[in-house]
Design a protein around this ligand. Structure first.
Ligand code: IVH
Length: 669
């Protein structure tokens, strides 16, 4: 039977989760930790599991729902999704505006200036505030129904919030992949031997067209809303900016660089400003869009066949150029993967001379059908390493893949079901050793300052460093003897190395450089195991069961520690005095396998804290009482759950007993 209390709890949880999703994904300003968020989310999942009747499609737990569709249905756009006229000079811009003013015979003064994000145009339809349809632009008239996929994008609200929500509103915008996430995704894909994305825009388009929404969910998509499509009569903003403000108020994500300005000079300044910022923006843009702000003027200007008169795209110079491929070298990374690097006839791209471009992995050579001597298009966006985009004229000479590692001449291997070629020589390979030391010293690992690439190369090539342990034996004198290093810098480096010994277990694990273990997984492992011995002894099954670990990473961890050299380094660090604070150590997890239920109000601690305490002890905390419940904690005004616990003879603790238990959990039998 569903109680009022349960109904209320569900409502509160959903509201809180939506609120925190908005803070995190839309405002980029979270208020609670990921752990606290997970507690809320898990509680809601648990209740909905036990009471399927209470499940709603717009529940925040239902973002990834439904089956792989097989294909996308067609949807007709209520109003066509148009493209934009393009221009590349202020003269073009002046002409555009003059034409418009002449056409209507009025002065048009107010414009909205927006970055033109390089992603994929998407339409979102909200009925009574609930997201009911997501669609691609398609040919502008008919697009594809990608509702299940857009629902997985956390910056898109499943429900609009606030007042004045119209019965129907179509909000349009750009779905894209932020640059940082793009690199992260590609690095991981390459590391796992999967295919990287060609560029963020391609990645966004491909991710939206997945037939299985779970795949889309695994892609780092985000969205900026930029215009109003169809709407019912109860939404009639006067200006474009008003529409955007309403969207933002209802919880949609609007680019903070969108500005309303007066006059074309201000538009020109905006164009210059954004161009200056281009390389440091966290997303790719190919220009800015200038729009007439007043919506009645927009309507009066109307559309040409495929583009509106009231907006124009100012396109920035392309970040692509054509050149010739002179050769391909192979670089050895930290984990031994050989990455092909294209050597190019030097060429100017966006004001910089480029003579190398990355090729991600050897599959790229096949995919692009690269041959030496080919004419190719390269692309350099922002601070990214230039990429080879496509071949425009094929060369003659086939690319030979190396048989041996270019750094240590060990025969390379290609693991089954992996794309990558690897040098299996580990830290015996100078290239891998250099990369490992750089990683070890990096900011989110041992955070050693002053240990630059050149110095690392000198130390490795001079055979002074054979593994990270050797760093701790470096002396000021020997460092000072090296070229270009004074006594003072040498002393600073040695001091930084000594100071790095007090660290955290998370940074320590990250520093070890286990394949696929990034910062966040390292943290999960750290808080679960606390000591090196516990981590080294962890069974594959235990590791697999941890959040964001899974079978591949679990096996990587086991393989890593089954290697004697790796164990020597790890334990050797501890012997050399590396240490970290142990969080309030929970020796064993006395509540492992138990399910607890909290009900009523606890006067001395918030429910979240009570829950966190139980989770730390290994318990699962559920939202409802069943025969499987191990213990119910009943605070003040406990109602139906308490009654059910009594009925099912589940052990019950009152607040005082619960606090006593928390003080000494191991004593409870
Ligand atoms: S307005 C009729 N605003 O650019 C209005 N478009 O070439 C059409 N785009 O398909 C869209 N950022 O995918 C608009 N701030 C922005 C935009 C933007 C990116 C894309 C959009 C559209 C293409 C037009």
């Amino acid at each position: 039977m569903v109680t009022k209390e349960l109904d209320k709890r569900i409502r509160v949880l959903r509201e809180q989760i939506e609120y925190h999703d908005h803070r995190y994904y839309v405002l980029d300003d979270p208020e609670i930790t990921d752990g606290e968020y997970d507690l809320l989310f898990d509680e809601l999942v648990e209740i909905e599991k036990n009471y399927p009747d209470l499940l709603r499609p717009d529940s925040p737990t239902q973002r990834v729902a439904g089956q792989a569709s097989g294909k996308f249905e067609s949807v007709e756009h209520a109003r066509p999704m148009l493209s934009l006229e393009k221009c590349t000079s202020t003269t073009d811009l002046l002409n555009w505006s003059k034409r418009n003013q002449d056409l209507l015979d009025i002065a048009i003064d107010e414009y909205v200036c927006e970055p033109k994000i390089d992603g994929v145009a998407v339409s979102l339809v909200y009925r009574d505030g609930t997201l009911v349809q997501g669609a691609t632009r398609g040919d502008g008239t008919v697009g594809e129904d990608i509702t299940a996929n857009v629902r997985t994008i956390r910056s898109i609200p499943l429900k609009l919030r606030g007042k004045g929500i119209p019965s129907l509103v179509e909000i349009r915008g750009e779905v894209y992949i932020p640059l940082e996430e793009f690199y992260e995704y590609n690095n991981r894909a390459i590391e796992l031997g999967e295919k990287p994305m060609v560029n963020p825009r391609n990645g966004a388009a491909g991710s939206l067209r997945q037939i299985d929404p779970r795949v889309t969910d695994s892609r780092p998509l985000s969205m900026y809303c930029y215009s109003l499509g169809n709407a019912s009569n109860d939404f009639a903003p006067l200006t474009h900016q008003d529409a955007l403000d309403a969207f933002q108020y209802w919880g949609c994500r609007i680019n903070s660089r969108v500005t309303t300005v007066k006059g074309l000079d201000a538009c020109s300044s905006y164009i210059e400003e954004i161009l200056e910022q281009r390389s440091s923006l966290p997303y790719e843009i190919d220009g800015v869009v200038i729009k007439v702000n007043d919506l009645i003027t927009q309507r009066n200007l109307g559309n040409l066949s495929r583009r509106p008169r009231w907006a124009i795209a100012y396109k920035y110079p392309p970040e692509e150029a054509t050149t010739s491929l002179i050769g391909i070298d192979f670089q050895v990374g930290r984990t031994g993967v050989l990455t092909p690097v294209a050597r190019l006839e030097p060429v100017q791209v966006g004001g910089v001379t480029v003579s190398n471009a990355t090729l991600h992995n050897i599959d790229e050579i096949e995919r692009l059908e690269l041959k030496i001597g080919s004419r190719i298009v390269i692309r350099r966006a922002g601070d990214i390493i230039p990429q080879v985009v496509r071949v425009i004229e094929h060369g003659e000479t086939a690319v030979r893949l190396p048989d041996v590692c270019p750094a240590c001449e060990t025969a390379v291997i290609r693991l089954e079901d992996e794309v990558a070629l690897r040098c299996p020589n580990g830290m015996q390979c100078p290239a891998q050793l250099k990369e490992s030391i750089r990683h070890f010293a990096s900011r989110n690992a041992f955070d050693i300052t002053g240990l630059g690439d050149k110095l690392v190369a000198q130390l490795v090539d001079g055979e002074r460093i054979r593994n990270p342990l050797d760093l701790f034996g470096l002396t000021v004198e020997e460092l000072a003897e090296l070229e270009r290093l004074g006594e003072k810098s040498a002393a600073n480096i040695v001091q930084s190395i000594q100071e790095s010994k007090s660290t955290t277990f998370g940074k320590f694990i990250h520093a070890l450089g286990i394949r696929g273990i990034g910062e966040s997984t390292a943290l999960t492992l750290a808080s679960r195991f606390q000591t090196l011995a516990a981590l080294v002894d962890a069974k594959q099954e235990t590791l697999e069961s941890l959040e964001d670990v899974g079978p591949i990473l679990a096996s990587n961890i086991c393989t890593f520690f089954s290697n004697e050299d790796n164990r020597t380094v790890a334990f050797g660090l501890v012997e050399r005095g590396v240490e970290w604070p142990i969080e309030e150590l929970v020796h064993d997890r006395p509540c492992e396998g138990q399910t607890w239920v909290l009900t009523g109000t606890l006067s001395t601690m918030p429910r979240q804290e009570a829950k966190a305490n139980l989770v730390k002890l290994g318990a699962k905390v559920a939202g409802s009482v069943s025969k499987k419940t191990s213990v119910v904690v009943a605070g003040a005004e406990a109602g139906s759950k308490l009654a059910k616990a009594i009925e099912l003879e589940v052990p019950i603790l009152n607040e005082e007993e619960f606090l006593e238990f928390l003080e000494d959990p191991a004593t409870r039998s």
